[in-house]
Write a protein that binds this ligand. Structure first.
Ligand code: CR1
Length: 808
C-alpha cells in the first residue's frame, strides 16, 4: 500500500490494474536491490572472470511472476493481494510482454540469462533498449497487420536508468594517418558524427534469489554539442530533427527472423550496442588492471550470431588506436576474448554488409577488416599455394558481385571457439558454410545444444504439472532438471497417469478459454491439441500442416459415420512484414479455419485456430496445454529449435523430422515416444544434389494430396478471390517445392495417423507423455550454460556475500 501511494502516486480507490502491477513490481524490486548490489560487489571483490553475452535480441517476456517465483515469495505476494481484495492473475496480466526479440535466438538469450543467474555465474547481457519491441500482430480479414508494440508506454518498473553510464559512439567521418610518439604509423577516426549510448539496467533474478545479475540495454541519446550548433544558428527545427535521427538508433527492433536486412540503420544498431558494450567492458576491466594482457582471463565475450561481430574490429580499434597496443598483441587478446555462436545455415540469413556501406559508416573498421584479412590470407597462401578458389572462399570479402564483408567469416576468425546449437547443426556447419574454416582450424568448431529454463517453462507456465511433480519427487528438479528422470517409473503408475492427465486437462481448459477470448472459437477440450507455434517461415513448413488439415477435413467429410478422434489444430506465429509468402500462409490458415470451423458435416471433430500475436506470454498458455508438438521443418534447415524442448518437457508428444535438436530429443525420450517422419538431412542433401525431384509426379500419385492442393488452387477456401493462393500452389508444383512439402506429405500423414490412433488409448498416450517429461532433463539451459562456462568461457560460480551491509 505504501508503494502505491508513494511510488505510483495514487490512492487505492483510483488505482487501476496497471497501477497495482506497478505497485507490486516496485515492492518486489526493493527486495532485489540489496542482493543485486551484493552480487555486483562480490564479482568486483573477487575480480571474477565475467561473461558478456552480446545479443541484438532478448525475448524476456513478463517479469513479475518470474521474479516472485525465483525469489520464492509468490505465496506471500498472493496472500497480500488477497487481503487487498485483488487477484494475482489480474495484476500479472497488466504487465506488458517485453518482446525485444524475434524468436528462438532472442528467447535463448533470455533463458541463458536465467540460467547464468540461477547458477551463480557472473554473466551480463548486453543489448539494445528498443523503444518498440516486435510488432503486435492482428488479423484483419484474415491478413496479418502490424501495429507498434509500445511496451514502454506506461513506464517500466524493472529498469534503472543510468544517465551517468554514457559512452560516445561514432559514425561516418574519415581516417587520418599520423606518426605516433615512437614514429610508428597510426590512425585516428575524425570528423565523425557522435551519438551517446545510455545504459538501462534490469536485474536478472536467479532462482533462489542468491545471485542477481544485470541485463544492460543501451538507449541512443543525441549529444548536446550537436544541438547547440544549430541553436546558435537559430535552426531549431534542424536541431530537433538531428536529435530524432540519432535517437532512431534504439527506436525499433528489426522484425526479421532468420533473414538478413541490408539496411544501414541495422548496421548502425549493431555497431552502436557493440561499441558501447565493449567500452563498458574495458572500463570495468581497467578498474583492476593496467595492462590488457589479462583481458581474456577476466572477460569472455559471446557473440550471439554475427549481429555483434563488428565487435571484433571494434576491440582491435580500441586496443590499437586508443590504447596503443601492437597489432599482433591486440589480435591475440581479441581472439582469446571472443567466441561466436552460429544460429542458422540459411544463406539468406548470413550477414554480408556491402564494403561500400562499411567504408562510409565505419571507415576505420573497414581498414581493420582489410588488415585482418590480408594477414590471414597471406599466412594461408603460404600453406595452400595455388588454390585460389579456396582462398576466395576463406576471404572476409565476398568478391562475387558487389563486394561484401562476410560477417560469419569475421566472427569465425576473430573467435577462439565457434559453436552450433545442436549436434546436427554443428555437423552441417562443418560440412557447409564453415567447411574451409573447419579444415583450417579443426579444433575451433564445437557443439552446444540449446536448452530452455525449467523455471519459466515448467514451474511458472505450468503450475498444475509442476506441483504434481514436486509432490512426487521433491523440488530438486527446479534447479537440477536432470532429477526429473525420477518420474520415469511413475509412467507405469495408473494413479500418477490419472493425475498427469488431470493437470494437462486443466491447462487445456485454460487454453480453450484463451482461444475463445482471442478468436471467438469454441474448441473441444477432449480433442487432440495439435500445436504448431513458431515464426511463419517456409522452411518450418506450416504448409505441410495445413495440407494435412485439409486432407483430414476431406476424410472426415467422406466418412461421417466413422468415430473420429477429434483434433484441434492450433497455430500461432508472426511473419516478417516483408515476407509475402509467409503472410499468404497466414491468410490461408485463416481461410481454411473459416471453412472447416463452419462446416457442420465434420461436427466438432476438426477445428482450426490461428492465435494472434504469438509472444512469450501466449507461449506460456499454449505450451502446457499441447498434446502434439509440430516440429516439421525440412531436415537440415532448423538449426535447433527450442519450442520443441518446451513442448516435450510439458508432456506433448513430438511429431517431427530428424532436424535440429529433434534428433537429440529422440535419443533422450526414446524412439517409441516420438513420431518421426520424412526425409533425413542427408537424403535432402542428396536429392538436391541430384537436381531435385518432380513434385507434379508426387502429387499425381497421392490422391489426398492432389485433392487438397486442387481445393486451394481452385478457390475452395477463397471464393472471393480464387487466384489468391496461386503463389503457394506454384511454389509447391512448378516452383520445384524447395522445402519438400509434397515429398514428405505421405509419411507425415502416416505419422499423424499413428498419433491419432495412439490418442484413442489414453493410458498409453499418457505413459508416453510422462516419459517425455521425465526424459527432457538434459535440455535444461542450465546444462547448456554450464557447457559454455566450462568448455568456452572458463568462468566459475561466485557466491555473493549477503551478510555485509546492505543485506535485505
Ligand atoms: C534457429 O532458427 C534456433 C534458434 C536459437 C534460430 C532456431 O532453430 O533454435 O536460433 N536462428 O539457437 C536464428 O534466429 C538468425 O538465426
Amino acid at each position: 500500500m505504501e508503494w502505491l501511494v508513494y511510488s505510483v502516486g495514487k490512492d487505492a480507490r483510483a488505482a487501476t490494474r496497471r497501477d497495482w502491477f506497478h505497485t507490486v513490481a516496485l515492492a518486489v524490486r526493493d527486495r532485489v536491490v540489496d542482493r543485486w548490489m551484493d552480487t555486483t560487489r562480490s564479482y568486483y571483490h573477487e575480480d571474477a572472470k565475467r561473461v558478456y553475452y552480446l545479443s541484438l535480441e532478448f525475448l524476456i517476456g513478463r517479469l513479475l511472476t518470474n521474479s516472485l517465483s525465483n525469489l520464492g515469495i509468490m505465496d506471500e505476494c498472493r496472500q497480500a493481494l488477497d487481503r487487498l481484495g485483488l487477484s494475482m492473475e489480474d495484476v500479472v496480466d497488466a504487465e506488458p510482454d517485453a518482446a525485444l526479440g524475434n524468436g528462438g535466438l532472442g528467447r535463448l538469450a533470455a533463458c541463458f540469462l536465467d540460467s547464468m543467474a540461477s547458477q551463480g555465474l557472473p554473466g551480463y547481457g548486453y543489448g539494445i533498449r528498443y523503444e518498440f519491441g516486435l510488432f503486435e500482430q492482428r488479423f484483419e480479414n484474415g491478413w496479418q497487420v502490424e501495429y507498434p508494440e509500445q511496451w514502454l508506454q506506461f513506464g517500466n518498473p524493472w529498469e534503472f536508468a543510468r544517465p551517468e553510464v554514457l559512452y560516445p559512439v561514432q559514425f561516418y567521418g574519415r581516417v587520418e594517418e599520423f606518426r605516433d610518439s615512437v614514429g610508428e604509423r597510426a590512425y585516428r577516426w575524425v570528423d565523425a558524427d557522435r551519438v551517446l549510448a545510455m545504459a538501462y539496467d534490469t536485474p536478472v533474478v536467479g532462482y533462489g534469489g542468491e545471485t542477481i545479475n544485470t541485463l544492460r540495454l543501451w538507449s541512443a541519446r543525441a549529444t548536446r554539442d550537436f544541438n547547440f550548433g544549430h541553436f546558435n544558428d537559430g535552426a531549431y527545427m534542424k536541431a530537433v530533427e538531428q536529435k530524432i535521427l540519432s535517437e532512431n538508433l534504439s527506436r525499433v527492433l528489426y522484425p526479421n527472423d532468420a533473414t538478413e536486412t541490408g539496411k544501414e540503420l541495422r548496421l548502425k544498431q549493431e555497431y552502436f550496442f557493440t561499441s558501447a558494450s565493449l567500452q563498458d567492458i574495458l572500463r570495468r576491466y581497467l578498474q583492476h588492471h593496467t595492462s590488457f594482457d589479462n583481458l581474456p582471463n577476466k572477460a569472455a565475450i559471446q557473440l550471439n550470431d554475427t549481429h555483434p561481430a563488428i565487435g571484433i574490429a571494434e576491440l582491435m580499434r580500441l586496443l590499437v588506436d586508443q590504447h596503443a597496443l601492437r597489432w599482433d598483441n591486440a589480435w591475440e587478446i581479441t581472439r582469446a576474448t571472443f567466441a561466436y555462436t552460429n544460429h542458422t545455415l540459411l544463406p539468406e540469413a548470413l550477414e554480408a554488409w556491402p564494403v561500400r556501406m562499411i567504408e562510409r559508416v565505419l571507415p576505420r573498421h573497414m581498414q581493420i577488416i582489410y588488415e585482418i584479412n590480408a594477414k590471414f590470407l597471406n599466412r594461408t597462401k603460404a600453406k595452400a599455394a595455388g588454390d585460389n578458389a579456396r582462398l576466395s572462399r576463406l576471404s572476409l570479402i565476398d568478391e562475387r558481385g558487389e563486394r561484401r564483408v562476410r560477417m560469419g567469416n569475421l566472427a569465425f576468425l576473430g573467435s577462439h571457439h565457434v559453436n552450433g546449437v545442436s549436434a546436427l547443426h554443428t555437423d552441417l556447419m562443418k560440412q557447409t558454410v564453415f567447411h574451409d574454416f573447419h579444415e583450417e582450424f579443426p579444433d575451433r568448431i564445437n557443439n552446444k545444444t540449446n536448452g530452455i529454463t525449467p523455471r519459466r517453462w515448467l514451474k511458472q507456465a505450468n503450475p498444475a504439472l509442476s506441483e504434481l511433480i514436486t509432490t512426487r519427487i521433491g523440488q530438486g528438479w527446479i534447479s537440477d532438471l536432470s532429477q526429473i528422470s525420477a518420474l520415469s517409473e511413475k509412467a507405469e503408475d495408473v494413479v500418477f497417469r490419472e493425475e498427469f492427465r488431470r493437470a494437462k486437462r486443466k491447462n487445456k481448459k485454460r487454453l480453450a478459454a484463451y482461444i475463445a477470448r482471442q478468436t471467438g472459437e469454441e474448441v473441444l477440450v477432449d480433442s487432440i491439441f495439435d500445436v504448431q507455434v513458431k515464426r511463419m517461415h517456409e522452411y518450418k513448413r506450416q504448409l505441410l500442416n495445413v495440407l494435412h488439415t485439409i486432407a483430414l477435413y476431406n476424410e472426415m467429410r467422406d466418412n461421417p459415420t466413422v468415430s473420429w478422434v477429434p483434433v484441434t489444430k492450433i497455430f500461432a506465429g508472426k511473419a516478417a512484414p516483408s515476407y509475402h509468402m509467409a503472410k499468404l500462409i497466414i491468410k490461408l490458415i485463416n481461410d481454411v479455419a473459416k471453412v472447416v470451423n463452419h462446416d457442420p458435416s465434420v461436427h466438432d471433430n476438426l477445428k482450426v485456430v490461428l492465435l494472434p500475436n504469438y509472444n512469450v506470454t501466449a507461449a506460456e498458455i499454449i505450451i502446457p496445454a499441447a498434446d502434439l508438438s509440430e516440429q516439421i521443418s525440412t531436415a537440415g534447415m532448423e538449426a535447433s529449435g527450442t519450442g520443441n524442448m518446451k513442448l516435450a518437457l510439458n508432456g506433448a508428444l513430438t511429431i517431427g523430422t530428424l532436424d535440429g535438436a529433434n534428433v537429440e530429443i529422440r535419443e533422450h525420450v526414446g524412439a517409441d515416444n516420438i513420431f518421426i517422419f520424412g526425409m533425413t538431412a542427408d537424403e535432402v542433401n542428396d536429392l538436391r544434389a541430384s537436381g531435385g525431384f518432380n513434385p507434379r509426379e508426387v502429387i499425381a500419385s497421392n490422391p489426398s494430396l492432389k485433392r487438397a492442393l486442387d481445393m486451394i488452387s481452385t478457390g475452395a477456401f477463397s471464393p472471393d478471390d480464387r487466384n489468391r493462393y496461386h503463389p503457394i500452389v506454384q511454389a509447391l508444383t512448378d516452383g520445384g517445392d524447395h522445402f519438400l512439402v509434397t515429398a514428405d506429405f505421405a509419411d507425415y500423414c502416416r505419422a499423424q495417423d499413428a498419433a491419432m490412433q495412439l490418442y484413442r488409448d489414453q493410458e498409453e498416450w499418457t505413459r508416453k507423455a510422462i516419459l517425455n517429461t521425465a526424459n527432457m532433463g538434459w535440455f535444461s539451459s542450465d546444462r547448456t550454460v554450464n557447457e559454455y562456462a566450462e568448455e568456452i568461457w572458463d568462468v566459475h560460480p561466485v557466491h555473493p556475500n549477503h551478510d555485509g551491509e546492505g543485506f535485505r
